[in-house]
Design a protein around this ligand. Structure first.
Ligand code: ZN
Length: 247
């Protein structure tokens, strides 16, 4: 079984549709690590699309904030403005769906899903020591996490933690990781809707545990189209600009 792993879609329908098009016919089921909405101009369209696809979805911090399950005191002013804008746009049906999303870690068909860290759904996993804590806590071999919007991850074997470089080159669509039976993995598929690792292309992963392989994808999409919708919606300019940079 091949699992399409999406994270941090951030209400960017153009990036989502480009990703689904590139991955067409290459997966059997779909999971989503949260932050379906927030920042981007298409919260209803993206939430409806993910619901329609039947993705097993856990909540992200933006989903929680929009559903008023979390205070936005820790959000920067630009992010907070986007949360308020998003809440005002969302249909009651989509708001209710976001509010009811389960919290990670969630185990589904051999994969563990978390938004931030295994130990805390709102923690950003950047360092090997943070990753190590999660890898030791996780009950399965492969855990997927999001939240940082950085594609990549970590492998663990015999008290040694390895930082994995898992980004396809600029001229490549995907690269593959071979899963070794003796190792445990904490992997970030990258962000569909707002990448921050320097590559502006939409990021996602396709996991094929039966064949011990995980593909990491980057797909170009029409960024200017999204930016013009953001400007029409009067969303903060820095949020539109960062899509060009992938930062
Ligand atoms: Zn996010």
């Amino acid at each position: 079984m091949r699992t399409l792993v999406l994270s941090d879609l951030h209400a960017n329908l153009t990036a989502l549709e480009a990703s689904l098009k590139a991955a067409h016919g290459k997966w059997d089921r779909i999971v989503c690590l949260g932050d379906v909405v927030g920042y981007g101009p298409d919260p209803n369209e993206v939430a409806s699309r993910i619901r329609e696809l039947g993705a097993v979805t856990i909540r992200g911090n933006h989903d929680k904030a929009v559903a008023e399950l979390m205070a936005t005191d820790d959000f920067n002013p630009v992010a907070k403005m986007a949360v308020d804008w998003t809440r005002a746009q969302l249909s009651n049906e989509n708001l209710d769906w976001l509010a009811a999303l389960p919290q990670g870690p969630l185990e589904t068909d051999g994969l563990m899903l978390v938004h931030g860290a295994v130990q805390d759904e709102d923690e950003y996993v950047f360092t090997p020591s943070q990753a190590l804590e999660g890898l030791l806590d996780s009950t399965v071999q492969v855990t997927f996490y999001g939240h940082t919007h950085h594609q990549g991850g970590f492998a663990y074997l015999d008290s040694q933690l390895e930082v994995l470089q898992l980004r396809p080159r600029t001229n490549e669509l995907h690269c593959a990781l071979q899963i070794e039976a003796v190792k445990r993995y904490l992997l970030n598929p990258g962000s569909v809707g707002q990448p921050r690792d320097g590559d502006p292309r939409a990021g996602f992963a396709i996991a094929d545990l039966d064949n011990h392989a995980i593909e990491f994808w980057r797909v170009a999409y029409d960024i200017t189209q999204v930016q013009s919708r953001m400007r029409s919606a009067r969303l903060p300019e820095p949020l539109a600009h960062r899509l060009t940079l992938g930062r």
